[in-house]
Design a protein around this ligand. Structure first.
Ligand SMILES: Nc1ncnc2c1ncn2[C@@H]1O[C@H](COP(=O)(O)OP(=O)(O)OP(=O)(O)O)[C@@H](O)[C@H]1O
Ligand SMILES: [Mg+2]
Length: 269
């Protein structure tokens, strides 16, 4: 696992740094391929879980290309950059997103490279994050595209991972690669699949079945479906207006799909 590299934190270190309480959990949103909707999904899922009355922390873990704050129209006073420079403790970088009813740790766009951080610094950051997460029911990690380095480290520190794909063959291949690459270090139940931008429920199910069969056939894994989110032009509209979809279009197809996914996630142990 990632612990083999000098700059990476081992699964055990990340998980044992400060065990989350039974009630709180950390969910990573990952994909392999870029542009499949992880950031939008992280924001909207956080909003939906908050609307269900839960305490939510959204952590922008896409270091270097952070855009949770951009999608939500926030101008954070502090961000992860200040934390990584040692100017701030992680808890001081938490900002309330009042309209959404949840909290955010904004990332930092620019030349920060989480992968280049000394191993000990990364371990202490994860320990702080895990400690912080105990104050919330759910902590959502929006992680970057790819398989390696900080993406992997962040995915490994989560309790479970939502693997986002679309129906495109490249997205499916990368989602499969992500699961395959990380499976050996995770419990079999760690991965759940989200099909985003589905043309219809039926098309989403076909996409899920393709990935499921590959995982079953080659990896002996049966990742359950977390949800299907339909393609909805109002998503882009909401992002353009830097507003949460559930505020701007609460009854849109994609908002209803995320709401369903949130309540399913909350009903699962
Ligand atoms: N359900 C959907 N329907 C329509 N468009 C969508 C949907 N989900 C996401 N999008 C579009 O996909 C674009 C990319 O989304 P987003 O930035 O969240 O992807 P990402 O996976 O985080 O990308 P990156 O890998 O670069 O971080 C958004 O600008 C949005 O317009
Ligand atoms: Mg993103």
């Amino acid at each position: 696992m990632a612990g083999n590299s000098m700059n990476h934190v081992s699964t055990t270190e990340a998980r044992q740094a400060a065990p989350a309480t039974r009630a709180s959990r950390i969910v990573a949103v990952a994909s392999g391929k870029g542009g499949v909707g992880k950031t939008w999904l992280s924001c909207t899922l956080s909003h939906a879980i908050a609307r269900a009355g839960k305490r939510v922390l959204l952590f922008d873990g896409d270091i270097g290309l952070a855009n949770v704050d951009v999608q939500l129209g926030l101008v954070p006073q502090d961000d992860l950059g200040a934390v990584l420079r040692g100017q701030l403790s992680l808890d001081k970088a938490v900002a309330p997103f009042v309209d959404g009813g949840f909290h955010i740790i904004a990332g930092m766009s620019g030349s920060v490279n989480l992968g280049a951080l000394p191993k000990a610094r990364l371990a202490s950051l994860f320990a702080e994050l895990r400690q912080l997460s105990t104050a919330y029911d759910v902590t959502v990690l929006d992680i970057g595209a790819g398989l390696d380095g900080p993406v992997r480290d962040l995915a490994m520190m989560a309790d479970s991972c939502l693997v986002v794909t679309t129906g495109e063959p490249t997205a499916l291949t990368d989602a499969y690669a992500f699961i395959k690459y990380n499976a050996k270090d995770c419990p079999p139940s760690a991965f759940r699949v989200v099909v985003n931008m589905a043309e219809s429920q039926a098309e989403g199910e076909r996409t899920y079945n393709t990935l499921f069969k590959a995982c079953q056939g080659f990896l002996k894994l049966s990742p359950p479906l977390a949800g299907i989110v339909r393609r909805d032009r109002r998503v882009a509209d909401a992002i353009r207006h830097q507003m949460p979809l559930m505020t701007r279009f609460p009854t849109s197809d994609a908002a209803l799909d995320i709401e369903k996914m949130a309540s399913r996630l909350l009903s699962q142990p």
